[in-house]
Design a binder for this molecule. Structure first.
Ligand code: UDP
Length: 442
């Protein structure tokens, strides 16, 4: 499926106003250097989850810059998404066996989507493991002519690859066919033979999810869901997924509420490539025990403005993940000037400096203590929120993401990566020291 119904888009000059002319000129210069290069993005879901959230803004932005960019979504049977969910969990370090039948289901879906890589694309970015295998269907000539990037959004643990035919071995072999890998954080770099870039994800400050909203709209959203505007609001926005630990959030909230009146809002939805969410949602409802101060929302995938309103109405944003790729919900909360209490995992410590713009937590007890501290000290919450917004402005907006990606594309296209040596494009906030033998972004 080719995504064409992208929403009306803010003008590039509006972004320039947010981030300043210096960064903007750098982006325009890169786009000029890549003029005529055709880009294609491929992932496995149109709605739901961080990858589609990124592509919804990234693709129109590149087109507005004059770089022709298309977005294709693979289509497959539910059985395939069961397999790729297990694969996702496996990559994030949760065990799970792979039977030959599962591997066959994976390949069946790749075959069904064989034609997805467009003939005339020059640089193809494949997101996550779901469409990773499409590289197998390219001829040697195509592989020479095109440039293929694998953009990994998951928190990649050390994957055992020694056994030939094992899932880890298959993945490694596939990834090593790509011209480069892109990882969200230094910690997730696999020790594989693929040049790699470190590029954290980003949010779009002008999207429906993140733009400023009138107060009346925020109030109306609270009223719609029966949330009391007078009582402190603690919110977690996340797919219903065990790694997001919504059950742990409820347990922490119950502790906080023993000491201070407040409400919990769990905002979630069902990413259409995640078959497990129904099970998690059931468990969440059981744990909440019909508590009227726990609002469990199961929203349609296009509820961006409502999520925006709920984040803005909150006193504290929580993201109590146990595993996390990057955690765009953290970025979104910080951008809305909220202190964020979040699990110290994955990309979250790249966004939260403990005690500065939020708190990093591991246990339910800690989560409860930090939420309570922020609710009892609203001035501190305001200070942290202000720092959070400026931090995101500097490092985690769409413009910075585009700049980093175009830098990577430029290196791959214009031949600065010629061999399969490890070239790392540092994001300045991720790694502050240079390592011998690695290239740094300007
Ligand atoms: N999101 C959403 N609806 C939901 C749950 C999440 O629109 O019901 C959005 C959320 O606002 C964020 C993205 O999906 O933009 C989730 O990205 P994140 O990196 O936090 O987690 P992922 O789902 O990719 O693991």
């Amino acid at each position: 499926m080719i995504v064409t119904d992208l929403p009306g888009y803010p003008s590039l000059r509006e972004y320039q106003r947010i981030v300043g002319t210096k960064q903007f000129s750098a982006i325009e210069e890169l786009a000029g250097r890549l003029s005529g290069v055709r880009l294609q993005e491929i992932n496995s879901t149109r709605y739901g989850g961080g990858v589609s959230e990124i592509l919804i803004s990234y693709v129109p932005f590149l087109n507005a810059l004059g770089l022709e960019t298309t977005w294709s979504v693979m289509e497959a049977e539910p059985a395939f998404f069961d397999v790729t969910k297990t694969l996702h969990n496996f990559l994030q370090g949760r065990g799970g066996g792979f039977s030959p039948a599962m591997i066959e289901t994976y390949w069946e879906a790749q075959r069904q989507n064989e034609g997805l890589i467009e003939d005339d694309s020059d640089v193809v970015t494949i997101h996550d493991p779901q469409p990773l295998g499409l590289v197998e269907f390219l001829t040697n000539r195509e592989l020479e002519r095109k440039r293929l990037l694998w953009r990994c959004h998951v928190q990649l643990e050390t994957v055992p690859t020694a056994t030939v035919g094992s899932i880890g071995n298959i993945l490694r072999r596939l990834v090593e066919k790509y011209h480069a890998g892109v990882f969200s954080s230094f910690q997730y770099l696999p020790l594989w033979n693929v040049p790699s870039f470190i590029i954290p994800p980003f949010i779009d400050p002008l999207s429906e999810k993140n733009r400023d909203l009138p107060l009346s709209e925020i109030d109306a959203t609270l009223a719609k869901y029966g949330i009391d505007p007078e009582k402190p609001i603690v919110t977690q926005v996340s797919r219903y997924d065990v790694f997001k630990d919504p059950v742990g959030v409820i347990q922490a909230f119950k502790k906080v509420r023993q000491k201070m009146p407040c409400q919990l809002v769990l905002v979630g939805g069902r990413a259409c490539d995640d078959p497990e969410c129904f099970i998690v949602l059931r468990e969440v409802r059981e744990t909440a025990e019909d508590d009227p101060e726990i609002h469990i929302l199961d929203l349609p995938p296009d509820s961006h403005r409502e999520i925006n309103a709920l984040q803005r109405a909150s006193d504290v944003i929580v993201q109590k993940s146990i595993k996390e790729g990057f955690g765009l919900t953290v970025t979104e909360g910080l951008w809305k000037e909220k202190p964020v209490v979040a699990g110290s995992v994955g990309g979250i410590p790249l966004q939260i400096r403990d005690g500065w713009n939020g708190y990093l937590v591991s246990t339910i007890r800690e989560t409860a203590d930090r939420i309570l501290h922020l609710l009892r000290n609203p001035e501190l919450a305001v200070e942290m929120g202000a720092r959070g917004k400026e931090f995101v402005r500097e490092y985690y907006l769409l413009t910075r993401g585009v700049q980093d990606h175009l830098t990577a594309v430029d290196q791959v296209v214009n031949g600065r990566i010629t061999a399969r040596d490890s070239v790392i494009c540092y994001h300045p906030q991720v790694v502050t020291t240079r390592m011998a033998g690695c290239a740094a972004r300007d």
